[in-house]
Design a protein around this ligand. Structure first.
Ligand SMILES: Cc1ncc(COP(=O)(O)O)c(C=O)c1O
Length: 423
């Protein structure tokens, strides 16, 4: 019997039994989650690994406090963006030496999108998706202006309602920039299939993996992709503001000319020459002094990721999202709560979005009761299922509280309608 067919008969004890058999359950205690909280927002900001406070405190007290400037060499500070990149590589199907830590995801996208477009001179179109995370579209506008000669490069946006990718691909397209797992709906694109179609048109493929890395297994090299960027503060649990990563396929390293040519991407930064010469390999995508305290948080969380089997991660992620969808279907139908996330598992990342009238106050009422998700305008409640610390019993409890909030109309409390700067 699948979870879908048995949802009506599932009770909390069933979920506890699933937890008892869960090979990833041992990771839960490696996170410092507050008591009484069901945390379903790891797709926005990952939870705090229990080891991180001591690790960051040690970096501050010893590497900074005692080592002082010597830590650039003695504690490996200078190479840290490359060293941590090599530890992210196995999570995204990259080879050692292909990944480096950068700045914000937005800045890193600028770095690689410019490099990619310059590898296709003469082509005047950048393709993306209307529903892409807006920062991607905003950054691409800057790329269009920077690289267009006379007039900005043209932008073509695909969407579910059309045009499709195949509609817009032709031999004028330089670069396609897509987010693999949609930040609102959790819909997942087939990395290899999309990349192949883009290459058939002679264009290059840039992937935004913000909602993929640490959520689903990714294999960039098997897909033959060109460039990728992604957040480390979501499923990777690097901490608020931990830097993004940049991946460039090795075949592009020598020819790539990133947007920002800073001294940490120079071939010989400590010769202090007056002309820019790109470093070999992925290092040329570096810009300036890395955010070492933020990298310390990421370094600590990567200790956990070194131990994770990505096949087990995906299996649990799908179990959690399927359980959530089944329980929502079985218990919330009378309030017209609509699951907008694809029900086909191959098309789903590790989050589920629900469309509901009054979604914003409903989410605030949930948060007030310890079930933390978030809301994306105009009408979506998002629930992220980070398999390292979300349990099947959490899923049960979340739907139980949601049903209670809807049945009692607790969300009507005027306090829940007040909007913060961040939703
Ligand atoms: C798909 C996607 N891309 C980019 C970003 C923005 O990243 P940053 O704020 O690190 O620049 C986000 C943030 O949530 C995102 O979801």
């Amino acid at each position: 019997m699948t979870l879908a067919t048995s949802a009506r008969s599932i009770d909390r004890a069933t979920c506890e039994a699933l937890d008892a058999a869960d090979p990833l359950a041992r990771f839960r205690d490696r996170f410092a989650l507050p008591d009484g909280v069901v945390y379903l927002d790891g797709n926005s900001l990952g939870a705090l690994p229990a080891s991180t406070p001591a690790h960051v405190a040690r970096v501050i007290a010893e590497e900074w406090g005692v080592g002082l400037i010597r830590s650039w060499n003695d504690a490996g500070w200078f190479d840290k963006p490359r060293a941590l990149g090599d530890r992210i590589a196995p999570l995204i199907g990259a080879a050692p030496g292909e990944v480096v830590l950068g700045d914000s995801t937005s800045a890193s996208l600028f770095q690689v999108a410019v490099a990619a477009a310059r590898l296709r001179p003469g082509r005047r179109v950048i393709v993306s998706e209307a529903g892409n995370f807006p920062t991607d579209l905003y950054v691409l506008e800057a790329v269009q202006e920077l690289l267009g000669e006379g007039a900005p490069l043209e932008r073509r946006l695909i969407s579910d309602a059309g045009p499709t990718l195949d509609d817009v691909l032709d031999d004028d397209v330089a670069v396609v920039v897509l987010t693999q797992v949609d930040y609102r709906t959790g819909r997942m694109l087939d990395l290899a299939d999309v990349t192949r179609r883009v290459h058939e048109a002679g264009a290059l493929m840039v992937w935004d993996l913000c909602h993929s890395v640490g959520a689903v297994p990714v294999d960039l090299n098997a897909a033959d992709a060109d460039f990728a960027i992604g957040c480390t503060y979501k499923y990777l649990n690097g901490g608020p503001g931990s830097p993004s990563f940049i991946w460039a396929a090795e075949r592009h390293h020598d020819a790539a000319r990133p947007a920002i040519t800073g001294w940490h991407g120079h071939a010989r930064p400590f010769e202090f020459g007056i002309g820019y010469e790109p470093a070999d390999g992925i290092t040329r995508f570096r810009v300036g002094t890395p955010q070492l305290l933020a990298l310390a948080g990421l370094e600590s969380s990567l200790d956990l990721w070194d131990e994770v089997d990505l096949a087990e991660l995906r299996e649990k992620s799908l179990r959690l999202t399927e359980l959530f969808i089944s329980l929502v279907d079985a218990r919330l139908a009378r309030w017209n709560v609509e699951v907008v996330t694809p029900r086909t598992s191959a098309r789903r990342g590790s989050q589920v979005a629900l469309r509901a009238e009054h979604g914003y106050p409903v989410m605030q009422a949930l948060i007030a009761r310890g079930v933390i998700g978030d809301f994306r305008a105009p009408d979506l409640m998002r629930f992220g299922f980070a398999p390292l610390y979300v349990s099947h019993a959490d899923v049960w409890d979340a739907v139980d509280v949601l049903e209670h909030v809807l049945a009692t109309e607790a969300w009507r409390d005027p306090g829940y309608a007040r909007r913060g700067a961040v939703t």
